[in-house]
Design a binder for this molecule. Sequence first.
Ligand code: COA
Length: 194
Amino acid sequence: MSVQAIRTGYIRKLWPSDEPAFRDHLLRLDPESRHDRFAMGVSDDFIRNYAERCFKLQGSIFGYFVEGELRGAGELRMIGDDHRVAEAAFSVEHDWRRRGVGKELMSRIVRAARNARVETLYMSCLATNRAMQNLAKHFQAELHFETDEVTGKLVARRSPTPATQWKEMVDDATSFATAMVDLQRRTWLPRLGR
Ligand SMILES: CC(C)(COP(=O)(O)OP(=O)(O)OC[C@H]1O[C@@H](n2cnc3c(N)ncnc32)[C@H](O)[C@@H]1OP(=O)(O)O)[C@@H](O)C(=O)NCCC(=O)NCCS
């Protein structure tokens, strides 16, 4: 992650208590970004329903926070019961782009997918979406990137190691603790008038 991004924010796993922050982040995406993110134009109601469903599905979501506000997200969604196939999606709000946030979110997603022994990672990525295609190219050591008109197919090249699994476990524990602090802050500070 770039030095600037580290200074201004942090990335952690999202928990169900983060659903409002995740929803509000997606709602702040402008029409073009929504189109790139969902491979179609989507309404506010679609996003509200989507955000509500997300935390009930199998997978992980990582978020980039700046001053308590969620400004970017990387989503890993398992497809099917054996979890060999998953789908990934990314969104970074306009003013926080080109700072390495997308790259850092994608490295969390690739690690989580690898640790879960996902063999194929799909991305809905429009053929016109150069930013996402270029971002994926940074992961060619980890992933074999096939593309057709609308879909990027990423095939995991490496197996998990105890180190990658341990690192994810430690990050999960830290992010859970941070999420609880964030939740208390959101719940109590308004009540205290701060
Ligand atoms: C794609 C997206 C997540 C990238 O996020 P980001 O935080 O700006 O990405 P990074 O700063 O980490 O950039 C990483 C690499 O991606 C590529 N990239 C990012 N934005 C780019 C752009 N506008 N044009 C070309 N390449 C771009 C570059 O290769 C960049 O590496 P570099 O900075 O060393 O050149 C962001 O543009 C976004 O949210 N777009 C709208 C939603 C979307 O398209 N999602 C993907 C489909 S699910």
